[in-house]
Ligand binder design. Structure first.
Ligand code: HEM
Length: 410
């Protein structure tokens, strides 16, 4: 049965499982979310053999969850179906699964790395890398845009962490294998796991080096910082390096690819975006709204409460479905339309609230600068094959987007 048939026929009491990855490869989840949201902005997602959860699909309700970290806590798991062992190992140590009041203290340590000089340096890295990858892609002409978009986020995160230039190609290679777009095959998974081990060992080396030779980067901030009067343990340092690498990589890549596809499907918006005086940051915000690469963020209710009239019990899982909230027609006029100049864009792609994306301004710079460079150097890319969506309920993105690129001539 197709997804559309399914959305039209599910019984009153049951319903589709939004955590089923296969929904996202070939289906039309936007239509499904819209139909579910019309019934209720908070959907009780029952599952066979797995714990049920509340899926938050409305914008107002999403903000209510994200902005009440004392009720909707993060420390008991950050994604549906994560292994309990991994959650326990990271809880209250890795920023994203740390709850108040410790969360703000750890965040302060990591934020210390974002000095004005560091931000300037990163902007420079973003511009130089964007130019390089676009020039290389233009030389090839036909390419998979997923590969084009992959290198920028990895390079920027290496710079942020303080990976010295001599080690960059090692980290690029290992990170692309561990967090790249390896397919679902077991050989790919094994290679990804090996690459991840290499990365963890490398963090240890880097931390040692930064203890001896401090610099302006996140690893230095982590080895020098203290939380509640004591320095971070090695494990806490590695976990938080990993949080940056895993949090800022795939998300930015999928946003870039999805942003281009949106512009290819609405060439009039590409024309708007390539005007000399175009405010590209506005388009970058729309890319974040429209692509919403982080599909869900998970919280656990710390006590009984209510959400959109639904009784949420202590211990219940509450998953905010960010792309659904970002297409709520109560907040976004013509939500399925990509508007390169959308005004007052109150999207939730970066989870405003206690856990607001730490890399938010970096992600915005990457998208802004990459698209500035792209529209100024290439004509509207042509499709060179069908796009392939990622089968995942964690990220909304693409495995492949074959395109043909030509240099800009007018
Ligand atoms: C388009 C790009 C990005 C998107 C869509 C995105 C999305 C998000 C979302 C939704 C959260 C909240 C997660 C939760 O509450 O469970 C988050 C948190 C976070 N993000 Fe991003 N992110 C992006 C880029 C980045 C980058 C470039 C970095 C780092 C260089 C980064 C680092 C982090 C970190 C460390 C957190 C945890 C913040 C906290 O718990 O206080 N992200 N991001």
């Amino acid at each position: 049965m197709t997804l559309l048939e399914q959305t039209g026929t599910w019984p009153e009491t049951g319903g589709p499982d939004l955590a089923d990855p296969s929904l996202y490869r070939d289906g039309d989840p936007e239509t499904l979310w819209a139909r579910l949201r019309e019934r209720s902005p908070v959907y009780r997602n029952e599952r066979t053999d797995k714990e049920p959860f509340w899926a938050v699909l409305g914008h107002r309700e999403a903000l209510e969850v994200l902005r009440r970290p004392e009720i909707f806590v993060s420390g008991r798991g950050m994604r549906l179906d994560d292994s309990p062992g991994a959650t326990e190992a990271a809880s209250q140590r890795m920023l994203i699964v740390t709850d108040p009041p410790r969360h703000a203290r750890l965040r302060h340590v990591m934020n210390a790395a974002f000095t004005p000089r560091m931000v300037d340096r990163l902007r420079h890295t973003v511009r130089a890398t964007a130019r390089e990858v676009i020039a290389e892609a233009l030389e090839r002409g036909d390419c998979d845009f997923v590969d084009v978009a992959a290198r920028l986020p990895v390079t920027v995160i290496c710079d942020l962490l303080g990976v010295p230039p001599a080690d960059r190609s090692f980290m690029l290679d290992r990170t692309m294998t561990a967090f790249g777009h390896a397919g679902p095959g077991s050989a790919d998974r094994a290679a990804a796991a090996r690459a991840h081990t290499d990365i963890l060992l490398y963090y240890a080396e880097l931390a040692e080096r930064r203890r001896r030779e401090p610099a302006e980067d996140v690893v230095t901030a982590l080895v020098q910082g203290t939380v509640e009067g004591r320095p971070l343990t090695d494990e806490e340092i590695y976990l938080n390096c990993d949080g940056l690498v895993s949090g800022g990589n795939e998300t930015t890549r999928h946003a870039t690819v999805g942003g281009l596809l949106a512009l290819m499907r609405q060439p009039e918006e590409w024309e708007v975006a390539r005007r000399a005086d175009h405010p590209m940051e506005t388009t970058a915000q729309e890319i974040l709204r429209f692509t919403s690469p982080a599909m869900h963020v998970l919280r656990t209710a710390a006590r009984d409460t209510e959400l959109a009239g639904q009784p949420v019990r202590a211990g219940d899982r509450v998953a905010v479905w960010l792309p659904a909230a970002n297409r709520d027609p109560a907040v976004f006029p013509r939500p399925d339309h990509f508007d390169a100049l959308r005004a007052s864009n109150r999207h939730v792609a970066l989870a405003p609230g206690e856990h607001y994306c730490l890399g938010a301004s970096l992600a915005l710079s990457e998208l802004t600068i990459f698209f500035e460079e792209l529209v100024s150097r290439v004509e509207l890319p042509e499709p060179a094959g069908a796009p392939v969506r990622t089968a995942s309920s964690l990220v909304r993105g693409f495995e492949s987007l074959p395109v043909r690129l030509q240099p800009r001539t007018r």
